[in-house]
Design a protein around this ligand. Structure first.
Ligand code: SF4
Length: 366
């Protein structure tokens, strides 16, 4: 690989927190020194070493203030034991491991809204060694990719973006680069693969890592209309695609997380343009390993309530009446598009993906 060929211009969006709080327990962790170094290099001057493990001062006088303060705060904490055990995460990967919980972006449909409680502060885990130990203990196990006919060649897979956008916080954490380099080095064997999805474009440092193809980066993409309307604080769509091209040229397996799909406006034209832009971005890149994951928009009663608190003026449609209620086996409720709409979108996407991006492997539609 020619690194010079792969270099991408400066990121268009890099999150720098205004406030950093480091819990007492996190202060003893080796990775914390790297986080502090990165925060200082990024110009953060409010770095607070807490006397205990409770975060302080996150709540403002109004919900708006609390939201703004939390979204501009990075907390450096120690992941509790419950967060260290890899959990199955179908249909994406065999296992989930978490480098952090929370995300500084402002997507009005954010899928984290229903699953994280309290002010939406980003908590990065300082005990990175313990988080990554799960890759070692679970290598060779799992049912989504490990040992399967369709995806067995991916090895045992570990999803890192269930509760955060790891690239969005990488400038001030370094956790993603460390994970990619350690898995690349073969520390956990040859047959494991990390994966993450992102709406950011700050890939410059990742291009230079000896990743050995053991990390798949998927870019979370959407029609211009959806991205523009609902995805605040993220890199714009063209910048994400430029970053994807650079990562593909640097030899990373890449992917598209087309999500959340919304049938608004002339959606066929919007998503058609997106697929064409991806094809143009990857044209001429040899041997691209490209996957696609397609996820329709859905919401739960809890996520709707939280999102309307955060974004009271949103134009996001969350109307139970025009949706179909789906119950999980644990009794949870989510609202998805009606069957006819789902069928129409699925047919269009599978046909057009094959026609416009014939090299892409569709992993799942949901
Ligand atoms: Fe939520 Fe992802 Fe947007 Fe972050 S980038 S706010 S995790 S949807």
């Amino acid at each position: 690989m020619d690194i010079a060929d792969s270099l991408v211009s400066a990121p268009t969006r890099a999150w720098i927190p205004k406030h950093v709080q480091i819990t007492r327990a996190a202060q003893d962790q080796p990775h914390t020194a790297e986080i502090i170094r990165r925060c200082e290099a990024a110009g953060v001057d409010d770095i607070l070493l807490l006397p205990g493990d409770r975060l302080t001062g996150l709540r403002g006088d109004s919900e708006r203030e609390t939201y703004a303060r939390a979204k501009s705060t990075l907390a450096v904490v120690v992941a509790p034991p419950s967060a260290l055990k890899p959990q199955p995460i179908p249909p994406s990967a065999d296992w989930r491991i978490d480098l952090a919980r929370g995300c500084p972006a402002h997507c009005q449909y954010c899928y984290l809204a229903g699953s994280l409680t309290g002010p939406p502060v980003t908590r990065v885990y300082a005990n990175l060694d313990q988080v990554l130990a799960g890759v070692g203990t679970h290598a060779g196990r799992g049912t989504v990719t490990s040992g399967t006919v369709e995806r067995g060649h991916e090895g045992t897979t570990f999803e890192m973006s269930c509760y955060t956008d790891p690239l969005g916080i990488e400038r001030v954490t370094g956790s993603l680069a460390a994970a990619i380099a350690r898995v690349g080095s073969g520390e956990f064997g040859d047959d494991v693969q990390l994966r993450f999805t992102t709406k950011f474009d700050d890939v410059g440092e990742l291009l230079t890592l000896d990743h050995r193809g053991r990390t798949r980066v998927r870019f979370s993409v959407n029609s211009t209309e959806v991205a523009h309307r609902f995805e605040g604080g993220t890199a714009r769509m063209p910048a994400r695609l430029t970053a994807m091209g650079a990562m593909a040229r640097a030899g990373y397996p890449v992917g598209l997380t087309i999500a959340p799909i919304m049938p608004i406006g002339d959606w066929r034209a919007g998503y058609g343009a997106l697929l064409d832009d991806v094809a143009a971005t990857l044209a001429g890149v040899g041997d691209v390993d490209l996957t696609a994951e397609i996820i329709t928009h859905r919401f739960t009663p809890a996520s709707k309530e939280v999102l309307l608190g955060w974004y009271p003026n949103t134009r996001l449609e969350m109307d139970e009446e025009s949706r179909t209620e789906k119950r999980s086996k644990f009794g949870g409720v989510k609202f998805v598009y009606p069957k006819a709409t789902m069928t129409e979108m699925r047919t269009w996407f599978t046909t057009e993906l094959e026609r416009r991006l014939p090299g892409a492997r569709l992993l799942y539609w949901t």
